[in-house]
Ligand binder design. Sequence first.
Ligand code: CA
Ligand code: CA
Ligand code: CA
Length: 641
Amino acid sequence: VAALVSVGVATLADPGGATPVVLGSGVAEDVLPPLVEDPNEYIVGFDALPEGVEVGATYEGAEVLRVVGPELAWALFDVADAPAFLATVSDDPNVRYVERNRLVRFDPGPLVPSPAVAQGGSPEGQSAEGPGDSAGGGLAYEPEDDFYGLQYGPQLIGADEAWKLTTGSTSDTGVCVVDTGVRDTHEDLRSVSPSHWRDYRNGRADPYDDNGHGTHVAGIATARIDNGKGIAGMAQVTLYAAKVLRADGSFLVADYASIGEAIRWCADRSRDHLVINLSLGGAAFTQDTPQAIGDQIDYAYDTRGRLLVAAAGNDGPCSACITWPAKHENVIAVTNIDWNMEFYSGSSRDSRYAELAAPGVSILSTDRGSDSHYTYGTGTSMAAPHVAGALALAWSHPDNHDLSNAELWARARATAKDLGPAGHDGYYGHGMVDAKCLVERNPYPIRNPAAEAGPGTGEVTLTWTKPIRTCGTIRGYRIYRAPAGGSYTQIAEVLAPIRTYTDSGLSNGTTYNYRVRARNDYGTSYYTKSLSVTTFAKPSAPRSPNAAPGDAVGRIEVTWSAPSSDGGSPITEYRVYRSASPSGTETKVGTVSGSARSWMDTGRLAGLTQYYRIRAINVLGGSPYSAQVCSKPNPSLSGVC
Ligand SMILES: [Ca+2]
Ligand SMILES: [Ca+2]
Ligand SMILES: [Ca+2]
C-alpha cells in the first residue's frame, strides 16, 4: 500500500548528489502548486550565533529567514549571491557547516476512508487477540470507544494491560507530532491550544491539517479513550503539533529547515516528558541525516532529554534501506508489522538501524475529513505513533518519572517481544514494542489457570500456562489458598519453568479457593481469577435400586443408577450386599466395575425372598448404602418379594 517512491527534483543541482525523496501520501484535497526547492536557501550551522543574526536581518549580504539556538545554532539564509556568501562563511571558523535547504518528499501511502466507519457503522476489522485477553488472567482494560473493536494495534502491543496501570497524564507528559498539522476540532482529539501549535508551512495561528496524515498519526498516539467515540489512542497526554509537511500530489513534502526548527520547538515544550513523533523521512537512505536536522535531534535528545521516534520508511521490499531521521543514532526507528505480528513487506528494514516494530497495517484512526470521520492507514507512519504513544504512556506513570530518555529506551529494547530471527534483526529490530512492560516490568497475568481435586485424597492439583509476555525472565509462580469464605495466604512458590503444583494434606470433601501469580525480577503479575475446588469426598448412595427375578429360575437381577455425586472422583466399583431378611445379617455378594449398573445373583433357591443394598466406591471409600430392595428368584411366583 505504501511503497516509497523516489522522486527526483530534476531542476536543482545538488552538491550532495542525493535525490530527495519522502514517505507517503495522504488524502490531499487541497490542490496546491508544487513546493519547489529554493536554490538560494542555505542553512549555516554556527558554534555561536553571530551578533545580529536574527530573523529579518541581513548577514553577509543574505537575508536571515530562520534562526535556532543558542546551542547547536543554525540560521537559514536567503542568499542572493551564493558564491560570495559561501566563500565568506566557509572561511569563518565559527561556522560548523553549510548546507542547502533542500526538500524531503515521500509517499506516505494512502489513507483509506471507510464509509461505514465515517457514518458511524461498524465494519469488520482485523481484531487480533491481544495479550490482555489471556483467559483467566486479570481482565484486560476495555475502553468505552465505539470503534475499539476495529483496532488491533493497542491490544497487540499490550496497551490494554498497560491501561490498567495508567491511561496517561496531560500535566507532565506530551507527544509532539511533526507532520501535516492536526484537525484538533475532531471529536476524538484534544484541542491543541495555539501555544501548543506551530505552523512552519503557512504561519497560521490555529491548528489545521490540509492533508490528513498528521491527524491520523496524532489519533493513534493520543486519541481520547473512554469517551464513547471513535478509537482509543495509546496515551492520554498533551498533544503538540508542528506543521512542516504539506501535500504535493500524492506525496508529502517539507524542507530541511522546517523539520529541524520543528524538532527544536518540540524539544523546548514545557512538559517534563516529551516524545517527538516523526512519521516522515528522506527516501535517500544512502544519505546521512541533514545536519540542520541532526543537530536539533541531538539537542532534543542530549540537551532536553526527549525521545524521538521515526518511521523507518516505506521502501520495502528492500534491505539496508532505513532512511533518515530514523537512522539517526538518537532516533528510534520503527518498522511495520501487521495484526499477526508479521513484517509488512512494504516496510523498510535495515539490520543497522531497525529498533522496534509496531502495528502499521490497516490502522484505524482519526480523519481530517470531518470532526467525526475515521480512516484506515497503512505505513510505517502509522507504526511510529504506536511506539511514541507507548513511550509517553510509560513516562506518564509516576513510577517512571525519574527514568531518563536513555533508560526508557533501554527498557523498550529489553522488553520488546522478539520476532523473526532470534535477537536483534533488521526486520523487527529488538522486537515488537510492549506498552505494558514499558509502563511496568512485572509479568503479564498467567494464562489458563485450572484446579482440580486429586490425584489423591486430600489433594488439589493446580496447572497454568506461562504469561503471554513476561517483561523479563519468569523466576517462579506463587500459589495462594483461601478456605471457603476466608482470606488468601501464600502457601508455596514453585520455580520456573514448573507450571503445576499439588497441594496436599487437605480435608476431604472441602472447598478451597486458589489463585496464582507469576514473579520475575521486577515483581509479580496480577493474580489469576479465584479457582474454587472441592477435595475428594465419598460418593453419595446409588439411586433407584431394584431387584427382580432374573433370566432363569434361581436368579435375581439387581439394578441401580449412579449416585448423584461421585465425590469428585470416578466411581471405581459397586458392591452388592445381600441378606435373607430385611434386618438380617448382610454379606457382600457381588462386586462390579464403576461403569456397571446391574449384577446377577445366580445361586438362589426358588421361593426364598432375598434382600439387597448397594454401595458406590471411589478413591476415598464407600458411599452410604442404597435403599433396600427385594425379590423372589422365580418370575412364576406371585408377588415381587
Ligand atoms: Ca475515543
Ligand atoms: Ca536510529
Ligand atoms: Ca528478532
